[in-house]
Design a protein around this ligand. Structure first.
Ligand SMILES: O=C(O)C(=O)C[C@]1(C(=O)O)C=C[C@@H](O)C=C1
Length: 288
């Protein structure tokens, strides 16, 4: 294990994800009696937030990027297009040995920019979140038992510092898996971006009768509380994959509609049986 490679971290974007990472790492290091220095930056912070954030795992709030030359790891934890802009801005402050990672939900667009800028970069996507936002809702256990996608070429994955970063994610209970950026964006269009859009669409489709709704709709609707600020960037950086998945899914809806209209209950029963089995698998995965 090469844990000593990373002793100072800077997190740019101090919302739910960035702050949850800071709190989780601080708690894990403290439990092991090790020291970790975490600084952070957020261009949306008022003076009161800059003070308050020091109670949320941060050792120091920074007001510019000068300090980045002194840290081992930089984490970009804002919405993806913001992260891309930040990457371009911070490039001149980074030392060649500095490792930069992001925590965005799409990987190809930011990985392309990192390559163009020749930054030592690992794309990360923790499959963890909440419909709630802001550092006030951060949770040091957010990543426990959750998968985390890691995108980097094989050469980089062998480097001690990159291994150390993966160990840092494991330290806070996350379960890293390696995937290439294109496959990542295709898979997550289906298993993350589609559910978000369906949740939003269903709550709007049912808007007139929400006063009569029970927990069934409530369960489907949780993601409709998600922040547009985050999701507009996801849609803008994964347009084709998401549009393709929506088109394929609408065919599935059309076929269900046809089966119901025709009274083709065998087909629907088959769908239910698969649904029951797949739900059990998902439960096992998410309740580990
Ligand atoms: O459960 C939530 O509120 C989420 O944010 C979920 C979810 C997901 O699809 O699993 C959504 C997007 C993020 O990139 C990671 C997690």
């Amino acid at each position: 294990m090469t844990k000593e490679q990373i002793k100072s971290i800077s997190i740019i974007g101090l919302g739910l994800i960035g702050t949850s990472l800071a709190r989780a790492w601080q708690a894990a290091f403290e439990a092991e009696g090790r020291k970790l220095f975490i600084s952070g930056y957020d261009n949306n912070f008022a003076n009161k937030d800059k003070k308050e954030i020091l109670n949320y795992g941060l050792n120091r709030f920074e007001s510019d990027f000068q300090y980045l030359c002194a840290v081992d790891l930089v984490v970009l934890a804002a919405p993806v297009q913001e992260n891309i802009k930040t990457l371009r801005k911070i490039k001149r402050f980074l030392k060649p040995k500095t490792l930069v990672v992001d925590a965005s939900s799409t990987k190809q667009a930011i990985m392309d920019v990192a390559k163009e800028l020749d930054v030592r970069f690992v794309g990360m996507h923790p499959i963890a979140g909440s419909e709630l936002r802001g550092y006030q809702n951060s949770n040091p256990d957010l990543f426990r038992g959750k998968p985390v996608a890691i995108c980097a070429d094989e050469k980089l994955l062998k480097q001690a510092k990159v291994k150390d970063f993966q160990a840092l994610m494991e330290l806070i209970g996350a379960e890293p898996f390696v995937v290439d950026a294109a496959s990542h964006d295709k898979i997550f269009a289906k298993i993350s971006h589609l559910p978000q859009l369906l949740s939003t669409a269903i709550v709007n489709y049912c808007a007139e009768d929400l006063d009569k709704a029970g927990t069934g709709l409530q369960d489907m609707a949780r993601l409709s509380g998600s922040a547009w600020l985050v999701w507009q960037d996801i849609f803008a950086t994964n347009q084709t994959e998401i549009a393709d998945v929506l088109a394929a899914f609408s065919q599935k809806l059309q076929s269900l509609s046809n089966d119901i209209r025709a009274g083709n209950y065998e087909a629907i029963e088959q769908e239910f049986q698969s649904g029951n089995e797949n739900y059990q698998k998902l439960q096992k995965r998410t309740q580990q």
